[in-house]
Design a protein around this ligand. Sequence first.
Ligand SMILES: NC(=O)c1ccc[n+]([C@@H]2O[C@H](COP(=O)([O-])OP(=O)(O)OC[C@H]3O[C@@H](n4cnc5c(N)ncnc54)[C@H](O)[C@@H]3O)[C@@H](O)[C@H]2O)c1
Length: 428
Amino acid sequence: MPTSHHIPSYLTQHDIGPWGVYLEQIDRVTPYLGSLAPLVETLKRPKLILAVDVPIRRDDGTIAHFEGYRVQHNTARGPGKGGVRFHQSVTLSEVMALSAWMTIKNAAVNVPYGGAKGGIRVDPKTLSRGELERMTRRYTSEIGIIIGPTKDIPAPDVNTNEQIMAWMMDTYSMNAGSTVSGVVTGKPVSLGGSLGRQAATGRGLYVVACEAAVRSGMDIKGARIAIQGFGNVGGVAARLFAEAGAKVVAVQDHAGTVVRESGLDIPALLAYAGERGTVAGFAAADALHDQDAFWSVDCDILVPAALEQQITASNADQIRAKIIVEGANGPTTPAADDILHDKGVLIVPDVIANAGGVTVSYFEWVQDFSSFFWTEEEINQRLARIMREAFGAVWQLAKERKVSLRTAAFIVGCSRVLQAHEMRGLYP
Ligand SMILES: NC(=O)c1ccc[n+]([C@@H]2O[C@H](COP(=O)([O-])OP(=O)(O)OC[C@H]3O[C@@H](n4cnc5c(N)ncnc54)[C@H](O)[C@@H]3O)[C@@H](O)[C@H]2O)c1
């Protein structure tokens, strides 16, 4: 963890959490930023943090309070953009880091947004549907003063989906007095959502995984894939890998790990997990009882697509994959990065690998503004083109500067953000 930084008083000084990982990544890229390096301090401080109390009436008549956040890390290149997470382990440090990774990601793939993120510290599985709706609406109302289609546009993340986005859009619209569909993305298609948005992150991940495989001399057909997280990102990626003839040999979620040497039946596993809420107990597979054993599964491509700080100094050594494609945000710590680098493992970083979601969110926002909607084919083609171009540019830069793909992606992202700062100047 970096010690040379100013750690704001509102974070726990001795354990700053995911924000510390982000700061260390910024330290690593700074020597490559040339004349922009003196401006880097601005990336180490979120522009705006809003912490809110979210009280709701429970079904039994009692009142419960939840901790909610919206952080706008940087808006130099455009409005804030980033998901909303409902999870029991949400902290301010986590939301700050996630918002900062959105800044880098949006700049790395060159969509005209800054970075933002939101979250509520809650296990949504403990709420009824009515409680979930009331919590979502109250949270939206509380953060309503800083979000909006030209200010900050939320989207789905862990444990949030199209329904949550529909409630957020409706709440914001009710307060505004007119329907404002562009305030969130990842909405249902019937409410101004975009075709292809739901699958976009997994699809984008699959596209860059194929690019990385080709450049590494690996055939996707027959490649062995292990995936942590079987939700929106991991589930779609698994389906696309399987459709391309790859063998998904291991899947882990919050409740269990299933493995099958000859490849899991992904459509059957998706149907099972859709009904049960977990892959645990899936009959046509072997169960791995030790969750940590997942990391040593023999595979060619490993896709962490659950939460941050999963690949650490304590398990990086066990990893047998040749390529890691980061579906989750911040799944690999800097110490694990170094271990994997020494082992010759290629890491396609989150800020490129999972940028498909925000890319199609951008398409959704554009479609909402013009009230003119594109076909799914157009969306998937444009998505694939942006992902390939962004990956190609980062790959090229990594070769030229002899750095990792993560550092290269951060060079591209940070340079664009800092150039925007330089050109805009410091107000007043
Ligand atoms: N949804 C998007 O468009 C999007 C875009 C970019 C990045 N991401 C990132 O991808 C990751 C997953 O997001 P999602 O939208 O798929 O969420 P999701 O809620 O749809 O799925 C999360 C999955 O992770 C699993 N999981 C949770 N805790 C776990 C643990 N401790 N061990 C193993 N598995 C665990 C859950 O069981 C579930 O299968 C997050 O890091 C998110 O920030 C999502």
